[in-house]
Design a protein around this ligand. Structure first.
Ligand SMILES: [Zn+2]
Length: 106
């Protein structure tokens, strides 16, 4: 399997660049083809929608994808986003914080 992104769904990540720099959030979706991630409540864009039969229309706030290279997996021990190293165990490949060596996969 090709692993394009270093983050995956439900990961807690910190944004390292751009207008959301320093903020953390949960990954909602990963777009492997474009190497982009959608992070909960971050990079909100406003969409103006027309009223349809079901919805009243108006302004809808929605998360826009961020380039995966702009986010890092969040390390609770360090209190910030960190680069990770992958260590293989018997069962799975686990990602560890490169600085404090804490396992970030549960
Ligand atoms: Zn750490």
């Amino acid at each position: 399997m090709l692993e394009v992104c270093h983050v995956k769904k439900k990961d807690l990540v910190q944004v390292m660049t751009g207008k959301e720099r320093g903020k953390t959030g949960k990954v909602l979706r990963v777009h492997h083809k474009s190497s982009r991630v959608v992070v909960e409540k971050l990079n909100i864009i406003k969409r103006h929608t027309r009223p349809t039969g079901k919805t009243p229309g108006g302004i809808v706030e929605k998360e826009a994808p961020i380039a995966a290279s702009n986010v890092l997996l969040y390390c609770e021990k360090c209190g910030k986003g960190r680069r990770t190293v992958v260590k293989k165990s018997e069962k799975a490949k686990l990602r560890h914080c490169r600085k404090c060596n804490t396992a970030l996969d549960k």
